[in-house]
Design a protein around this ligand. Structure first.
Ligand code: ADP
Length: 252
């Protein structure tokens, strides 16, 4: 789109309007560029599992079931790649849902109870030791329960994927924020990568992330969720030592 240029003799007010208008256009152009990039990245991510599914299905169709064990292997691969696509598309929807700032269903909730139930669920699913430490028996926050839960799960999920020892979750309150900290003693993240990990689809080690079922979208979603709550997410890490991921929820 053409930008508006206003001659110097025009009134101040009009000049200001033109500046605002030009900024709006720049923002729209920037958003459009990001959308295009997302579609291109998402298609690229879907392409690999789809190619695998197609080639295994082609093979089964062409050759029929000559050997039952081979056929079962093929079907298992098709199933796991389809599961991956399903997970990815769910993540795409989550990302889209958290991209805009307006549909939060905020209410008062007890963070201790919420984390206890999340940890119980994850412990039984992954058979890992996850300890919860809280500064008070009840910590009230105003938040969208499902979204906050999703952000916390993303952090604990990452700790599970990228470490093998026990995981600690700390709930604290300071003057400005309620802080949820997830600490692991896993592989860690190199310093120069920290700035990248919140980017959509970015993974430090693509093969490892893929192996553990990662999509590279978790932290982008968690960051959006914290932004929707006017909060923040911070990650500090030492390679080979471990990672601390923190969610800051401003006190209302
Ligand atoms: P993924 O689905 O790949 O885990 P995320 O967006 O959640 O995607 O994280 C982006 C990348 O950041 C991961 O692929 C991984 O390389 C790195 N990462 C995130 N959390 C941790 C952690 N606790 N320990 C080590 N690396 C991590």
């Amino acid at each position: 789109p053409k930008k508006i240029v206003i001659q110097h003799e025009t009134k101040d007010e009009l000049q200001k309007m033109a500046v605002t208008f030009n900024r709006m256009i720049e923002r729209l152009e920037d958003n459009l560029e990001k959308q295009k990039q997302f579609i291109s990245d998402a298609s690229h991510e879907l392409k690999t599992p789809l190619t695998v599914i197609k080639s295994f299905a082609d093979h089964l169709l062409r050759r029929g079931i000559r050997n039952e064990a081979d056929a079962l292997d093929a079907i298992e691969t098709i199933h796991s790649e389809a599961t991956r696509i399903q997970k990815m598309t769910e993540r795409f929807l989550d990302l889209a849902d958290t991209e805009s700032g307006n549909h939060l269903e905020k209410k008062s909730l007890d963070l201790v109870a919420l984390c206890q139930s999340i940890i119980k669920q994850l412990k039984s699913a992954y058979k890992r030791e996850i300890d919860l430490h809280f500064a008070a028996p009840s910590i009230k926050v105003i938040a969208d329960e499902l979204k906050l839960k999703q952000a916390i799960i993303i952090l604990i999920d990452n700790a599970i994927k990228y470490s093998t020892d026990k995981i600690d979750v700390y709930l604290n309150v300071n003057e400005l924020n309620t802080v949820i900290k997830v600490k692991d003693s896993g592989i860690g993240i190199p310093d120069y990568e920290i700035k990248n990990i919140f980017e959509r689809f970015y993974r430090v080690d693509k093969a490892r992330s893929r192996e553990t079922g990662g999509t590279g979208l978790g932290l982008a979603i968690a960051k959006n969720i914290m932004k929707q709550h006017h909060g923040e997410i911070k990650i500090s890490s030492t390679e080979g030592v471990g990672t601390e991921a923190e969610l800051f929820l401003p006190k209302s």
